[in-house]
Design a protein around this ligand. Structure first.
Ligand code: ZN
Ligand code: ZN
Ligand code: ZN
Length: 336
């Protein structure tokens, strides 16, 4: 069982993993598996993953057989484990908890050669629906406080398998990054009575210089204090603090926006490795007036080094205004 430990000074939780230290094929984390090892996410290899939790496909298909288009399975090497009670312990300064949580993998397509952005709009929408459906299901488990959906694309961004996939981790506490956003936006709301994310979006759309694209449902901006070159935030135009309560039409619009934004990124930076994360509200909060869900997208093109680790400061060599200009002007279709 992994263990969750709380840093006594700043309150950040760390997962001390026992299972992952035994993770086989250490080399595979260096090089994406390319043919030599059969890909566990390809159709026909369903038995190489733990039994599926959810799959979209034709009616009448038997579980764990080919024919699916989107498939969700437990991570074979989970950072946290689903079994167990929420057992809190620790002595004096040292707060610890059983490493309880859920760690799932969303296989985004049955086609090994396609990336998320190569899929058609309906297929990407299905990926978004699968995130929603899993959040809705895990939400009923009272042990969980938060679910983080994220994607690592490319070895440099932490992906150990090339086949297009995203992941989610449910945790028994709200992660510190999210807490900081909740606290900051709450303080702003207390003072001004408005959602700071709505305000940022309004100001950016008016100013235009950090806007990558904007449509009826979503705005994509390079944030004013971007930490990384070409960092982008995708924000719903309509205020909402929870990703999973979006309407089907909004998910379809998000699918189009995501495809377009990833195509822009690929065209400007030549298919870079990237990470994106969905920041939604805590599971036990209903609609919050001060928090606004969003996706943060970060290409992995600079290394985080000593100053960043030591200071929590980031050095960003590309002004977000310049990044927005490049991203705005480039083709948002498939790489030529
Ligand atoms: Zn594959
Ligand atoms: Zn808002
Ligand atoms: Zn965020």
């Amino acid at each position: 069982m992994p263990e969750l430990r709380r840093d006594p000074v700043i309150g950040r939780w760390v997962i001390i993993s026992t299972e992952r230290s035994r993770r086989p094929g250490g080399l595979r984390t260096q090089n994406e598996s390319q043919g030599s090892v059969p890909c566990p996410f390809c159709p026909g290899n369903e038995s190489k993953t733990p039994p599926e939790i959810l799959a979209y496909g034709p009616r009448g298909r038997s579980p764990n057989t080919p024919g699916w288009s989107t498939r969700v399975v437990p991570n074979k090497f989970p950072a946290l484990q689903i079994e167990g009670d929420l057992h809190r312990g620790g002595e004096d300064l040292f707060d610890r908890m059983d490493g309880l949580g859920a760690h799932e993998v969303i296989v985004e397509t049955d086609d090994h050669t396609k990336q998320l952005e190569d899929l058609n709009e309906n297929q990407v929408t299905d990926v978004l629906f699968s995130w929603r459906d899993r959040i809705m299901d895990l939400k009923r488990d009272p042990r969980f406080e938060y679910i983080l959906v994220f994607k690592n694309r490319g070895t440099a961004a932490g992906a150990s398998l090339a086949h297009a996939h995203s992941q989610l981790i449910a945790t028994p506490m709200v992660p510190i990054r999210v807490k900081q956003e909740l606290r900051g936006s709450d303080e702003y709301y207390e003072k001004k009575g408005r959602c700071i994310f709505c305000e940022i979006m309004r100001a950016e759309i008016e100013k235009k210089e950090r806007v990558v694209e904007v449509n009826d449902d979503f705005a994509v901006i390079t944030p004013f204090a971007s930490r990384f070159p070409f960092e982008m935030w995708i924000m719903p135009r309509r205020h909402s603090s929870s990703f999973e309560t979006s309407t089907d039409a909004q998910f379809r619009a998000l699918s189009r926006t995501l495809k377009s934004v990833l195509a822009r990124l690929n065209n400007v930076l030549d298919n870079p490795p990237y990470n994106f994360i969905v920041h939604t509200g805590p599971l036990k909060a209903n609609q919050l007036a001060h928090f606004h869900w969003h996706i943060e997208l970060m290409p992995k093109i600079v290394h985080t080094a000593g100053f960043e680790w030591g200071a929590g400061f980031y050095i960003n060599p590309t002004p977000p205004e310049q990044a927005a200009l490049y991203l705005r002007e480039v083709n948002n279709g498939p790489t030529a």
